[in-house]
Write a protein of this length. Structure first.
Length: 408
């Protein structure tokens, strides 16, 4: 399950999740049973609130619901959020009942402001001019001669509820410096980066999972893109209309195309308008063109492909470090020209020819860039089965090539 939680109305939290069964298949257009528990203190802490809901997934396996709006099993959603940390536990029955076979627990790293405000403590007793927060200012609040010079000069006391220790907050009422918050965000980003590199990511558009690899300062998908919103046979082509192909498939049924071995292994072939999702050409690094790539990823420009091959020692040796080893997919001798030391695992997916056919799978792989070379052509990179070079060429935009995306 992949999930997100964010603020909504004062007594509820919006919640979204992508539901998969025990075989890691998306559960689509199905009513599922979900039990949601808010745990206090730890991942196995006290249940302060439990509810059940029976939402229906959409065609992408996504459910959307509001925590606090379900059938309460125990506790109240009027939670004292200050007394955290809190964890959210989800238990799911893909068949819509209460036989919960899928479970997961994660910490709520933030609480929606509207919820927190309802349980925040009230300042009582008033604040006098002599309190420290006013101590450096005159009674008319306009003489800045002796204004505080550092944030530690400020302390507010109201019934012993202090805002202090801003550089190293300890208590629930303590404020925090920007430096402290920035350091915390950096740790979160580092954890997210580690998870991405170790486990890859799932494209929420269709549920396809991709491994990724870091090469120099770039993060690349380690597989060809498989996003296939529609499909045509090789006889249909265009310089301007987006078209999608699966090598060897001659039809228009997306499910049939996805059931082929070539789709599973080599992904989709895109003409340039499809790869760019009709965006304009870019020669920048990064390109800034999402194109057909998932959110957070983009089409590599010609300059980004050059950065890749330069980092690997130049075009004459880069392919050996990028190609999958062995002859399971590459036809012909590979041992002396391919070591795949980067983990990029380039495959020979062939291409859709402008004459209307599929050609040379097993011997060559082709990948689009986001940079056009003329009104009718765009730059791409290709690799051959028996050479260690990466070749840069210009080809008609109606040709069908593979796509590898780069992380934003």
């Amino acid at each position: 399950m992949t999930a997100s939680v964010f603020a909504q109305s004062p007594d509820r939290m919006s919640y979204q999740a992508v539901i998969r069964n025990s075989n890691n298949d998306l559960v689509t257009n199905t009513t599922v049973g979900i039990q949601i528990s808010i745990l206090q203190g730890s991942a196995d802490g006290k249940e302060v609130y439990v509810e059940t809901q029976t939402p229906t997934t959409n065609t992408n396996g996504l459910v959307s619901l509001e925590i606090g709006g379900g059938k309460a099993v125990s506790g109240s959603f009027k939670i004292n959020w200050i007394a955290g940390p809190y964890f959210i536990k989800t238990e799911i029955d893909p068949s819509g009942g209460t036989n919960y076979t899928i479970t997961g627990t994660s910490q709520l790293l933030s609480v929606p402001y509207a919820l927190h405000a309802k349980t925040a403590e009230t300042v009582t007793g008033g604040i006098a001019e002599t309190d420290p927060v006013f101590g450096a200012w005159d009674k008319d609040y306009h003489d800045l001669t002796n204004k505080p010079t550092v944030i530690s000069d400020f302390k507010m006391n109201a019934n012993s509820q202090n805002i202090t220790n801003v550089a190293d907050p300890l208590n629930a009422q303590d404020a925090a410096t920007k430096a402290y918050v920035d350091a915390l965000l950096a740790r979160i980003e580092a954890l997210e980066e580690s998870d991405l590199l170790n486990n890859g990511f799932t494209d929420i558009r269709d549920g396809n999972h991709y491994d990724v690899v870091t090469i120099g300062d770039q993060v690349w998908m380690a597989e060809n893109l498989k996003y296939l919103p529609r499909v045509v046979g090789p006889g249909t082509g265009s310089q301007t209309t987006p078209y999608y192909y699966v090598y060897g498939y001659n039809g228009t049924d997306v499910n049939e195309a996805k059931a082929t071995g070539n789709y599973t292994t080599y992904g989709v072939l895109y003409n340039w308008p499809a790869a760019m999702n009709s965006s304009a050409s870019s020669s920048s690094n990064p390109s800034g063109v999402q194109g057909v790539c998932p959110a957070g990823w983009h089409m590599p420009s010609d300059a980004e492909w050059t950065e890749l091959t330069d980092y690997l020692g130049g075009t004459t040796i880069a392919a050996g470090k990028l190609k999958e080893t062995g002859t399971s997919h590459w036809i012909g001798p590979q041992a002396d020209v391919a070591n795949n030391e980067t983990g990029f695992s380039a495959l020979p997916g062939g291409h859709r020819n402008p004459n209307g056919g599929f050609y040379i799978m097993g011997t060559r792989g082709y990948w689009w860039s986001a940079t056009e070379s003329s009104a009718t052509n765009a730059w791409h990179r290709n690799m051959y089965f028996s050479y260690s070079s990466v070749y840069k060429s210009s080809e008609f935009k109606e040709v069908g090539f593979s796509v590898r995306c780069v992380r934003d």
